[in-house]
Design a protein around this ligand. Structure first.
Ligand code: ADP
Ligand code: ASP
Ligand code: MG
Length: 358
């Protein structure tokens, strides 16, 4: 049985808006510095706000043979160069600026290929979209290094192993947990702080894969589960899981505590604040999840654990999903014929259609 014992960990994941500006990253630094006083931490970061969408648009534009892709690369480059210049002291900027330029060159080379071939496979999408998290995590790691924190950038692609279902890869948990444990057991990798890109992983052949949109939460959970961390903190732009989507329902309220089961249902059925696959590994290892607000770190947030709080309100929360089809299959030809359900679900599965409710 794996045990960290004297190296208890905590995992903190910061979403796109939490790393979207100089001010937000300033808050991230404060939050992480505070938490390092308790124990070593793994910080998982998303791409800067909007960058994942920009990269997907970039890939599509290049593959359409549209020269406008070059402007998109320039915009992405400028955004990251600007943030490096505002975050880091002048004397420490040059190495990070050249890392950003190097990564942008790689994006450019990939896009030139797409422009020539005019073909965009899911594999190529993953190859390009991973740069959002690579850029943000490298910049954040440099920010902590500039503060003199004993930190290490960790390539999540080397530790999180998946199948080759590009854009929505399935994690090989056994292999991944072992790879992560081996990495952290190695005395050469003993640091106070680890910075890892969320969302990205790789398959057995070493191709870059991704864990589905919103997947950085899941990266945090995978690290936390593999290392049996003390807690997983999801830092975002709202003060916890709420009774409804605050963008739609103005008087939605924060839920101070919720069970894994209820949180899983709310997120599965549309509460975007946490990516649904995140919860299962935490439930399996009984690791509490905290959802906290980067922009209001003193707000209480939501604790997700196994206790079921007294529910005076009967309904814990409401959520909604868009773009759902209700399929009703009926007809006399089905009566008394065995194997109909198997054929129906088999056909849906073959087309990779996810059935969310039966
Ligand atoms: P991040 O980039 O930090 O991962 P997300 O955009 O994925 O953040 O998730 C946070 C957003 O989820 C909030 O800004 C909020 O609008 C939305 N949201 C939807 N449903 C809920 C809910 N029930 N509780 C809280 N936030 C919700
Ligand atoms: N950057 C990825 C996305 O926008 C992953 C994440 O933010 O969790 O989907
Ligand atoms: Mg998210």
């Amino acid at each position: 049985m794996w045990s960290l014992k004297n190296r208890d960990m905590q995992v903190l994941k910061f979403g796109g808006s939490s790393v979207g500006s100089e001010k937000a990253i300033g808050s991230v630094v404060e939050i992480v510095t505070q938490s390092l006083q308790n124990k070593p931490s793994i910080v998982v970061v998303s791409a800067m706000h909007g960058v994942t969408d920009q990269l997907l648009m970039l890939a599509q534009t290049a593959a359409q043979g549209n020269e406008a892709y070059k402007t998109i690369i320039e915009n992405i480059e400028q955004k990251h160069l600007d943030i490096v210049r505002t975050l880091l002291p002048i004397q420490q900027q040059s190495s990070t600026l050249s890392i950003v330029k190097q990564l942008i060159n790689e994006i450019e080379a990939n896009c030139e290929g797409l422009f020539m071939l005019k073909e965009l496979s899911p594999r190529m999408k993953d190859k390009i979209v991973c740069y959002g998290e690579l850029l943000s995590s490298k910049i954040i790691a440099a920010t902590f290094a500039a503060k003199g924190i004993n930190q290490q950038w960790v390539d999540a692609r080397e530790l999180i192993k998946t199948d080759s279902n590009f854009l929505n890869a399935v994690v090989d948990k056994e292999l991944t947990y072992k790879t992560i444990q081996d990495y952290f057991k190695n005395p050469a990798n003993a640091f106070d702080l680890y910075i890892a890109p969320g969302f990205i992983s790789s398959d057995k052949e070493g191709n870059t894969t991704t864990l589905g949109r919103g997947g950085s939460d899941y990266t945090g959970a995978i690290f936390a589960a593999a290392l049996e961390a003390d807690r997983l903190e999801i830092w975002t732009d709202v003060s916890g899981m709420m009774t409804a989507d605050p963008r739609i329902v103005q008087n939605a309220k924060e839920i101070p505590q919720i069970s894994y089961q209820e949180a899983m249902e709310l997120s599965h059925f549309g509460a975007k604040v946490i990516y649904p696959p995140t919860i299962q590994p935490m439930l399996a290892k009984q690791i509490p999840i905290w959802i906290k607000n980067t922009f209001a770190p003193n707000d209480c947030g939501t604790l997700i654990n196994s206790s079921i709080p007294d529910n005076e309100n009967v309904v814990r929360g409401l959520s909604r999903i868009e773009k759902i089809s209700l399929l009703s299959l009926e007809g006399s030809g089905m009566v008394g014929i065995s194997g109909i359900s198997m054929r129906l679900f088999g056909a849906l599965s073959k087309e990779k259609i996810n059935v969310i409710l039966i």
